[in-house]
Design a protein around this ligand. Structure first.
Ligand code: HEM
Length: 478
């Protein structure tokens, strides 16, 4: 009789200290070990520089690129961070030599207390095995099954927009994206008190921790942002573990949400995820998928309000293809090329996951410089997408840059809003469909105008978003 070898369980990734002092000491000793080997750039401590990277990083990064070229370093707080910009750098980090890097020990390691060991915060075989098990949950037919929940939620949210009034469209989309995530990812009813509604509230409250200044994040003790994060995480754990237990006890093949799929998926050797692994994966998906889609829809509406010609062409396309009906996944993916071009250009100018944080796990050479093991290394889509030699007139919103031919002619690594290689966004199709579906259904009914004199500034932690939201006036479609 044939036997199936059950693979030995993989060792769990190294647990990281949540103690900020311990982390600072580790960082300083790692830099000491790699001393004398950093690419050029300012090594002195500077509050102004640290403030700038936290509040307006683009001019700083683009200025350093002009001065030093595609690889440079700068001290930020106590850390000497390395940045690698441009097509070749992006390709090297994501596709060419990802084995040189870990995500877990990167500057975003403080996500681990909330996310645990989900896809984003693990590396090597542990990452690759989990990713292989999860991939089927993101195949096209699964995403297609989830579009019903997306459409139903979008329909209700759009109907509730008050015509003639001013609304914060970022806030509106955030609420809608959370409701979609609750249903499609966790299988929860967002209106059910104690479950979906509580999960949404506590998830938002936990995320708040990552949007505040770094100094405040170091505080511990009663009433601190850290304590609030921990108590929201406890509530979320309780809800998610109860859902996993329910899904195991009452298997229902009709349920297509990701949590239920993850309870039933098996790896090549027949291995299943543990409860804890499912919890970590769904929390990671919630984190990675919620802010990103919210910001993308908001930035798209902002640009469309400033470019009536683009809006008119988009409406002409949707009227021709949809004739007033809600879009199907086929139409969104295959029949609306101009919508794709608009989305590509929005993600070029405002890639929500704007930085790819990494830590070098071995010494390597790139661009004529040696990078020591233990160095913090970042690739950056936001700055890379604004290089004039790659995207002429980089500040201008020009969807025609992304006709099929022109997109295909871009150098590899030039355009990376979803990252690349083995860590490319697993929710790419989900996110693209969600954004295109919500924007299309909204524009079939309404027009959103910018408020006179209103300028948008961008906040970038943990992902790009319009600072203070984005207020727009709602009109019926003319
Ligand atoms: C417009 C929407 C989105 C954008 C622009 C986006 C962008 C990205 C980027 C740039 C990365 C790679 C980060 C790196 O290299 O360090 C990434 C990874 C990831 N994204 Fe997305 N994302 C979006 C939507 C989503 C959605 C909807 C989900 C889940 C439902 C999701 C789940 C993930 C996960 C789990 C990873 C980690 C993958 C891995 O390391 O294997 N994303 N995303």
């Amino acid at each position: 009789m044939a036997t199936v070898d059950t693979p030995a369980p993989l060792k769990r990734p190294r647990q990281m200290s949540a103690n900020p002092v311990r982390r600072i000491v580790d960082d300083v000793s790692a830099e000491w070990r790699g001393r004398g080997e950093f690419p050029p750039g300012p090594a002195d401590f500077s509050f102004a520089r640290t403030h700038k990277i936290a509040h307006d990083p683009l001019p700083l990064l683009l200025g350093a690129y002009e001065e030093h070229g595609p690889i440079f370093s700068m001290r930020l707080l106590h850390i000497r961070s390395i940045f690698m910009l441009g097509p070749e750098a992006n390709h090297f980090v994501t596709v060419g030599h990802p084995e040189n890097f870990h995500w877990r020990e990167s500057s975003f390691g403080d996500l681990i207390p909330l996310l645990g060991d989900g896809l984003l915060t693990v590396d090597d075989e542990f990452h690759d095995r989990a990713r292989a098990i999860m991939m089927p949950a993101f195949h096209r037919e699964q995403v297609a099954a989830m579009t019903a929940a997306m459409s139903a939620e979008a329909e209700v949210a759009i109907a509730a927009l008050p015509v003639g009034e001013v609304v914060d469209i970022y806030d509106w989309m955030r609420n809608l994206a959370m409701r979609i995530a609750m249903r499609a990812l966790l299988g929860l009813d967002p209106d059910e008190a104690g479950k979906g509604a509580a999960a949404a509230t506590h998830f938002e409250s936990a995320l708040h921790y990552y949007g505040i200044d770094y100094g405040l994040r170091l505080l511990r003790g009663p009433g601190s942002p850290w304590r609030k994060l921990v108590s929201s995480r406890e509530v979320l754990d309780e809800i998610v573990f109860a859902e996993v237990a329910r899904a195991r006890a009452e298997p229902d093949p009709e349920r297509r949400d990701i949590l239920n799929l993850l309870v039933n998926v098996r790896g090549e050797g027949g291995e299943a995820f543990t409860d804890r692994e499912i919890r970590d994966q769904v929390m990671t998906l919630m984190f990675a998928g919620h802010d990103t889609s919210t910001s993308t829809v908001t930035f798209m509406l902002h640009e469309l309000a400033r470019h009536p010609d683009v809006l008119a062409r988009l409406c002409e396309e949707q009227d021709r293809v949809l004739a007033g009906e809600p879009p199907t996944i086929d139409q969104l993916e295959r029949e609306m090329p101009f919508l794709d071009m608009v989305l590509d250009e929005v993600l070029r100018l405002y890639p929500p996951a704007w930085i790819g944080p990494r830590r070098a796990v071995r010494e390597f050479e790139w661009g004529g410089y040696r990078v020591p093991r233990g160095a913090y290394v970042n690739y950056c889509s936001w700055a890379s997408h604004r290089l004039p030699e790659v995207f002429p007139d980089p500040e201008a919103f020009i969807p025609e840059r992304f006709t099929r031919e022109r997109k295909a002619a871009l150098p590899r690594g030039a355009y990376v809003p979803f990252g690349g290689g083995q860590r490319v966004c697993i929710g790419k199709r989900f996110g693209q469909i969600e954004v295109k579906l919500v924007a299309t259904m909204l524009l079939q009914r309404l027009r959103l105008d910018a408020l006179p004199g209103r300028t948008m500034t961008i906040r970038q932690m943990p992902t790009l978003s319009p600072k203070g939201g984005l207020r727009m006036r709602v009109h019926p479609r003319g």
